[in-house]
Design a protein around this ligand. Structure first.
Ligand code: MN
Length: 301
């Protein structure tokens, strides 16, 4: 795919890409980041969109992370989070779980107390900068997030700021995350220094600067824009939500493997070996679910 090009009006074009299908546990997901052409958008380095499903088993046993933050955002359903810091937190739609791995953490996701098996949401990762990526792990739950009324859309601010409203969620780099609930045409203000990824969250296409973007696609906007126009293409079929991720472009070369983000294979190999020998680096999760073994890194075969 070619990069963004300026059109006759000097606007930066919208770059549209297809999701690729991946399997996580027993569920099929739409993977929208990373893509070969775009490894990161700001510090955002991973975006899976799963569901909606009526009979999913929202459970994944203890597994480690390092060098990244996991951002959990539900559109439906309920999940119980447990981690090696002792956190035990139910998350529901409209709430944010933000887990910072730093030098190492492990967590499990279990069926929530209401036993809801519907599952719809996104799993996001943010790569940590050098200043914090070897630091202490942490966990935050945000039960309420700032809401912003924009013409044509109700917005929720997951991370960063929008139209004067700022999320309390930790941000180690200059990046933002919003959910927009479109009910017309919305001129979304953008930060010119940021690049953006926009992904429809419902089974409805969204017009981005007049170009339809389907639910299994993602739109990329290069830096240099002050706004973008979003319109629900078929608002009759229900809600029309859009995820907006943005941030200052990263010139850091990120190395990703399994659940780890680092800078080179040696770091990832150490993470693999530490998890396989149950090193205290990742701690112990109080979960009845089975611990997930790491696959062998392909460069060690
Ligand atoms: Mn995880």
């Amino acid at each position: 795919m070619s990069g963004p090009m300026a059109d006759d009006h000097g606007e930066v074009n919208v770059e549209i890409a297809e999701a690729h299908r991946a399997t996580v546990g027993v569920s099929e997901v739409r993977r929208l980041l990373p893509r070969r052409e775009r490894r990161t958008v700001g510090a955002w380095c991973f975006l899976d969109h799963y569901g909606p499903s009526d009979d999913a088993v929202p459970a994944i046993g203890p597994h480690p992370h390092l060098g990244l933050q996991t951002v959990t955002w539900l559109l439906d359903g309920e999940v119980l989070h447990r981690d090696t810091l002792g956190s035990e937190q139910v998350i529901r739609p409209g709430q944010l779980n933000l887990m910072t791995a730093g030098h190492g953490i492990a967590h499990a996701e279990e069926l929530g107390p209401a036993g809801i098996t519907r599952a719809h949401g996104v799993q996001l990762w943010v790569a940590q900068p050098d200043e914090t990526r070897d630091g202490a792990p942490a966990f935050e739950h945000h039960g309420e997030l700032p809401a912003v009324d924009l013409p044509g859309a109700d917005a929720m601010v997951l991370i960063g700021s929008l139209a004067g409203a700022t999320s309390a969620a930790r941000a180690d780099t200059d990046h933002v995350g919003y959910q927009l609930d479109l009910h017309g045409t919305c001129e979304l203000p953008l930060t010119e220094a940021h690049e953006y990824a926009l992904a429809p969250l419902d089974d409805v296409a969204v017009a981005i600067d007049g170009r339809p973007v389907a639910p299994d696609q993602v739109a990329y906007l290069a830096p240099g824009r002050g706004s973008v126009t979003l319109t629900a293409v078929d608002g009759d079929s229900g809600r029309c939500r859009v995820l907006v991720l943005g941030g200052e472009p990263w010139d850091v070369r990120v190395s990703m493997w399994w659940n780890f983000v680092g800078r080179d294979h040696d770091e990832l190999t150490r993470g693999f070996e530490d998890w396989q020998r149950d090193d205290e680096r990742f701690g112990t999760v109080a979960s009845d679910l089975a611990r997930i073994a790491a696959p062998r890194p392909p460069w060690l075969r």
